[in-house]
Design a protein around this ligand. Structure first.
Ligand code: IMP
Ligand code: MG
Length: 186
């Protein structure tokens, strides 16, 4: 295998999702979104920072006029678990009232971050609101959340790469892998 990158040493040997698997799925998701949002006033919102790599790939697979906006949030909690208390670090630049909003997120875990965002954006008068996530860990859900588009369902393990981090590292890995537990247990 050509796992040349030094940072891959911190991952379990078998990658969870390779960049080719991800690219194929992102293409399919883009095609579906293109179909579903014809004739809508689409604005696609990237949730920084985790979703940024997925976002830049996904928007190029959506063949529709759209606007983009970015929101940075942080959820308080331990390094590998979110608490559900969400803080907006950077808000949207433009109002979303009347817009058909598609939120793009990296992963849904407890569901608390996205249920906060859903309520927050609906209260600003979005015409419609849909959620798109690359990864979903349904076993860990603590609040009910309807996800409209998801790339892959994954088991309850801490993953990094393709935008996902542990302590801000590993976001630049092209593939997604499971972090060796000794990395976050030490
Ligand atoms: P939720 O509010 O519990 O659904 O948390 C979602 C957020 O937790 C995501 O946006 C990620 O930032 C982070 N997260 C959850 N699971 C993982 C993981 O396996 N790897 C990296 N980040 C994760
Ligand atoms: Mg995140």
């Amino acid at each position: 295998m050509e796992n040349k990158r030094a940072t891959y040493e911190d991952l379990k040997d078998d990658l969870l999702l390779t960049k080719d698997q991800i690219a194929a799925r992102v293409k399919e998701m883009g095609r579906q979104i293109t179909e579903d949002f014809k004739d809508k006033d689409l604005t696609v919102i990237c949730i920084l920072k985790g979703a940024v790599v997925f976002f830049v790939d996904l928007v190029r697979e959506i063949d529709l006029p759209m606007t983009m906006d970015f929101m940075a949030i942080s959820s308080y909690g331990s390094a590998t678990k979110s608490s559900g208390v969400v803080r907006i670090l950077k808000d949207l630049d433009k109002p979303v009232n009347g817009k058909d909003v598609l939120i793009v997120e990296d992963i849904v875990d407890s569901g608390m971050t996205l249920s906060f965002l859903r309520e927050n954006l609906l209260s600003r008068g979005a015409a419609s609101l849909h959620i798109c996530t690359l990864l979903d860990k349904p076993e860990r859900r603590r609040v009910p959340l309807h996800v409209d588009y998801f790339g892959f369902t994954i088991p309850d393990e801490f993953v990094v790469g393709y935008g996902l981090d542990y302590a801000e590292k590993y976001r630049n890995l092209p593939d997604i892998g499971v972090l060796k537990p000794e990395i976050y247990e030490k």
